[in-house]
Design a protein around this ligand. Structure first.
Ligand code: BG6
Length: 468
């Protein structure tokens, strides 16, 4: 659909940027913090671990000042559960509480709206030792953790996100370092426990904080059939249901997606659902949907028993599923230097589909491009490819707004350079460069990139700057 004129961004649109605790903070064992599962991971070869990351823990004031300099209206960050509760439950670590208190106060000082992710891939190690998400007692632990957060920060934090990319943890946990089992049934049992934990947190949030808003934060992206063959369309619907709707149908409507329920039944992988669970899921209601979007996917039909594609076996072992769908290339799309498809129009269709399906306001909590940024001899970082990526994607938000979709914010990934999930700090996402390499910490200097100034202009004008 071509619009004669595009709607302007609302004046209170939350232009922001995003990070997560374990990828940015460092100070993994300082000031009473307990280890998390991410701290205990063995990093892939030639790649840094997360122990120092961007050392934000020790640069927090400087970092927030830079974010304020960009004119950010919002900053999305996650809280490290084991910094607050080193054992995952029990005694609270005052110094951990204090760090986030200072961060929130600093943001508010600059009129930046804090958007808090309660859990972003870094489970307290102590809880992981007891089975982590496989152990049903984690629901109570998550609820208690949520209570500590609401009690301590609820007076200043209005926007809460429950669990970052629950779907990717279940589907790609091997890649994210969050998987603990190869059993399909156990994975979906963990998923069930996450859904219940999230629902309990949403119920509690609405009880304790009358003005707060809370929502899930899955990774949502549209899926194309690789051809107009009806079988490929079925495969596309299958993969859409498995990667998107399973999570949102449960979070928003409190139901299990029927296609996925029968898929799990067929594979003897149904989660055990106890009495009262479905009522809890129904009682937890989000106020909005936050979602992360990087790339679309394309799939084709593949019969049961068909041989698996080699790269798929290596990249995403457990989700490869003959009889259900098969991932395909998309010759219509370009790729980032790290091989991720670039699909701004897919971003628009994703927003439209989400809004059509759930009728809840949307905020995009991640979107961005990983690049091998470098500082040139004049000390600048000219990340033109990032500017182009943002320009194209933000244009599609405007298209979606004009289509009638309610979008109230955009917090792309990432505010400053941080350690990627598996490819170290050489895969950079930030508006602000952090002067360190995977194994050489250099001076950790912060250098605003070209995209920093571009985004600053966009925020100041509340519209996409004209290309120069
Ligand atoms: C999202 C995660 O999936 O993608 C982030 O929420 C992650 O934690 C981001 O960093 C980019 O992925 P990657 O693997 O390039 O770091």
């Amino acid at each position: 659909m071509y619009h004669k004129e595009l709607k302007s961004f609302p004046t209170n649109f939350l232009w922001g940027a995003s990070t997560s605790a374990y990828q940015i903070e460092g100070a993994w064992n300082e000031d009473g913090k307990g280890p998390s599962t991410q701290d205990m991971l063995v990093a892939p070869e030639n790649t840094t671990d997360f122990k120092i990351a961007s050392d934000h823990y020790h640069h927090m004031e400087e970092d927030v000042k830079l974010l304020a300099g960009m004119g950010l209206k919002a900053y999305r960050f996650s809280i490290s559960w084991s910094r607050i509760l080193p054992q995952g439950r029990g005694e609270v670590n005052e110094k951990g509480l204090d760090f986030y208190n200072r961060l929130i106060n600093e943001l508010i000082k600059y009129k930046i709206e804090p958007i808090v992710t309660m859990f972003h891939f870094d489970l307290p190690w102590a809880l992981a030792q007891e089975g982590g998400w496989s152990n049903r007692s984690i629901i109570e632990d998550f609820k208690n953790y949520a209570k500590v957060l609401f009690e301590n920060y609820g007076d200043r934090v209005k926007y809460w996100l429950t669990i970052n990319e629950q779907n990717n943890m279940i589907l790609y946990g091997d890649l994210l370092g969050t998987a603990t089992t190869n059993s399909l049934q156990e994975r979906y049992q963990q998923n069930h426990h996450m859904l219940l934990s999230q629902a309990e947190a949403m119920i509690l949030c609405h009880k304790m904080l009358l003005n707060a808003k809370i929502g899930p934060a899955p990774n949502i992206a549209n899926v194309y059939p690789s051809s107009s063959k009806p079988e490929d369309m079925v495969a596309a619907e299958n993969w859409t249901a498995l990667r998107n709707w399973l999570y949102l149908d449960a979070s928003v409507r409190g139901i299990y997606n029927p296609t996925i329920w029968s898929y799990l039944k067929d594979r003897d992988a149904l989660p055990r659902v106890e009495e009262g669970d479905m009522e809890t899921l129904k009682a937890g209601n989000p106020d909005f949907i936050a979602f992360n979007y990087y790339k679309s996917t394309t799939v084709s039909a593949v019969g049961p028993g068909a041989p698996l594609k080699r790269d798929e076996i290596e990249k995403a072992k457990i989700i490869t599923d003959p009889g259900f769908y098969q991932l395909e290339d998309n010759p219509n799309l370009e790729k980032t230097p790290f091989g991720w498809f670039i699909d701004p129009i897919g971003f628009r269709t994703t927003m439209r589909e989400l809004y059509d399906r759930y009728h809840l306001p949307l905020i995009i909590t991640e979107n961005g491009i990983g690049l091998y940024d470098e500082v040139d001899e004049d000390g600048n970082v000219n990340d033109d490819a990032r500017i182009l990526y943002y320009q194209q994607h933000i244009k599609q938000i405007q298209e979606a707004l004009t289509d009638g979709v309610e979008v109230f914010g955009y917090t792309p990934w990432s505010a400053i350079d941080l350690v990627s999930t598996r490819e170290g700090i050489r895969k950079r996402y930030g508006f602000i460069y952090v002067n360190r390499e995977d194994f050489d910490l250099l001076d950790m200097k912060r250098i605003p990139k070209k995209s920093y100034y571009w985004y600053k202009e966009l925020i100041a004008q509340n519209k996409i700057p004209k290309s120069k």
